[in-house]
Design a protein. Structure first.
Length: 140
C-alpha cells in the first residue's frame, strides 16, 4: 500500500479588505443626508437694512409709542405734542392729515410689544392712511 500523501489545501489568508459593503453603506447615508438636509433648514429672516443715505426732507407726522404704551403725536406745524389714547388716535391724525397731506411715521421704544405697533398701523390703515413708515436709528 502506498501511502498517499494527502495534500491538504491550505487556505490563503486574504490580506485585502472587501470595500463593497462599506461603499453601499456610505451611498445609503449620502442619500439619507441629501433628503433630510432641506427639511432641517431653519427659518431665515430677510430683514430690511437701514440705508446710509439721508431720507428726503418732508413734513411728516410722527407717532411716538412709549414703553408705558402712551401715544404722543408730533406734527410739523404744531409746536406742542399731543398725547392721545388709541381710540382718539385716528381722528387726531385725520385732522392733521387734512391740512398737510403728509406721511405718518411711527416711532416705538424697544420695550413696546410688537403687537401694539401693529395695532397702530392697522388703525391708521382702517382710516385710509396708507403712507405709514417706521422710524429707526441709523447704525453708527
Amino acid at each position: 500500500m502506498s501511502i498517499r500523501i494527502m495534500r491538504i489545501k491550505r487556505r490563503k489568508i486574504i490580506s485585502e479588505i472587501n470595500v463593497v459593503p462599506y461603499i453601499d453603506v456610505m451611498l445609503v447615508l449620502l442619500v439619507i443626508f441629501m433628503v433630510t438636509t432641506p427639511l432641517i433648514t431653519t427659518g431665515i429672516l430677510n430683514l430690511p437694512e437701514v440705508s446710509k443715505t439721508a431720507p428726503k426732507k418732508e413734513n411728516v407726522v410722527t407717532i411716538e409709542i412709549r414703553g408705558d404704551e402712551s401715544i404722543k403725536i408730533k406734527s410739523p406745524n404744531d409746536k406742542l405734542d399731543k398725547v392721545v389714547t388709541p381710540s382718539t388716535l385716528l381722528e387726531n391724525i385725520e385732522r392733521i392729515q387734512s391740512s398737510l397731506n403728509s406721511a405718518v411715521v411711527i416711532s416705538a421704544e424697544k420695550t413696546v410689544p410688537y403687537n401694539r405697533v401693529l395695532k397702530t398701523i392697522e388703525t391708521l390703515h382702517s382710516g385710509g392712511i396708507t403712507r405709514v413708515g417706521l422710524l429707526v436709528k441709523k447704525k453708527k
